[in-house]
Design a protein around this ligand. Structure first.
Ligand SMILES: [Ca+2]
Ligand SMILES: [Ca+2]
Ligand SMILES: [Ca+2]
Length: 179
């Protein structure tokens, strides 16, 4: 074995032991189209052919890999709920917990031929506990439904079929207080 070949073999073997990779992976080749992290580490400065410059698409001064909204100008990177997405592009700004749940909020009357339906609606609340101070979120749903003929007074029908005493007895029978 020639002296130069011995030297190359020793060099590669040492590199493989130090970096835990085979000789082929230890050394980089600038110009092969791959931005390699072997020896030497290739960067945009040392090998621009293989390592394109990191961009700042939205021009806010924060490079794309570090930008929490890479397509929205947000130089401050404000992120009130501390997730991975900045306020400027976060579709859900908030940390949500349950508030009021299953609260009766409306009884609706639908008049039919010779009878009527009463429908009880309830709603539930979600509260944002982050510094975003997002407004509460309410969802409502129909919880019960009952029918009575016209001979039954509405209040009696309500108590019998719906059973929401707070709404049936307080004059708020037809007042929609759902959010
Ligand atoms: Ca940016
Ligand atoms: Ca941005
Ligand atoms: Ca966020």
């Amino acid at each position: 074995m020639k002296l130069q070949n011995v030297a190359a073999w020793v060099c590669c073997a040492v590199a493989a032991m130090v970096f835990g990779a085979g000789p082929a992976a230890a050394f980089t080749i600038c110009g092969n189209g791959i931005c390699e992290s072997g020896i030497p580490v290739e960067t945009n400065m040392t090998c621009p052919q293989d390592c394109p410059a990191v961009g700042d698409f939205d021009g806010d001064g924060v490079l794309d890999p570090d930008d929490n909204c890479p397509f929205n100008y947000n130089a401050t990177q404000a992120n009130c709920d501390q997730d991975a997405t900045g306020d400027a592009c976060d579709p859900d700004n908030g940390i949500w917990v349950n508030g009021v749940q299953d609260e009766p909020c409306h009884i609706d009357k639908d008049t039919k031929f010779l009878y009527y339906n009463l429908e009880l609606y309830k709603e539930s609340q979600m509260i944002d506990i982050s510094s975003c101070n997002s407004p509460d979120r309410w969802t409502s749903y129909r919880a019960k439904r009952g029918s009575c003929d016209f001979l039954v007074p509405e209040i009696d029908c309500c108590m019998a079929k719906i059973g929401s005493q707070s709404l049936c007895n307080t004059g708020s029978l037809w007042t929609n207080s759902c959010h």
